[in-house]
Design a protein around this ligand. Sequence first.
Ligand code: C5P
Length: 228
Amino acid sequence: MKLCVALDLPSAKENLSLANQIKDYDVWLKVGFRSYIRDGKEFLENLKKINPNFKIFLDLKLYDIPNTMADAAEEICKLDVDMFNVHASSGKIAMRTVMNRVKNIKNRPLVLAVTALTSFENNDFKEIYGQDILSKATQFAKDSFESGLDGVVCSAFESFEIKENTNKNFITLTPGIRPFGEDAGDQKRVANIDLAQTNLVNFIVVGRPIYTSKTPAIIVKNILEKLN
Ligand code: C5P
């Protein structure tokens, strides 16, 4: 299981300082809306300057008509990133169009699909999607698998069921991880590392428990120790 650290701080300077503090650890970095909208491509380049071995997950959650998503995916593949994502609710046609566009690109990034955001609890989710989280997230995962994607974003609670219904090598990446009982914030389906491990999660994403800590490098070290 890999640790992916969310770089969601209010400035590039703070994110780069965090990356510097954890540069000797074997971690992935997650660059999401806040950082990419503000700091763009140059920020990604600056992260790789700190440590060229950092793997970067560009978390932009594409959702649009198929051709627009494929155009965006193709542009993402020109950036030096190792993973990006789309929404599974964009549908199988959109996901297939994306994969057809990127599948022959040399060293293409991994492509994941968001199933049910970890900030949803079942009732709110059902109001929008008309189904319980576990069954709909599993269905989204099957759609993504059949469309040729590499994996999904889900919560640790759905990971096992998703693997059973797709393939054990189909990647699950789970935000909403609170390693040492930290505050959940806006996350609803919060899990700890043990549960993620039991449910065969491949990547855990941790943001606030690390970047709001006064000693982020120590938190990262403690998490990595639990992963080994
Ligand atoms: O601070 P926290 O650990 O809750 O951060 C989780 C990160 O994962 C945030 O950057 C959030 O945007 C992202 N994320 C999520 N749920 C998803 C996909 C991404 O929380 N389904």
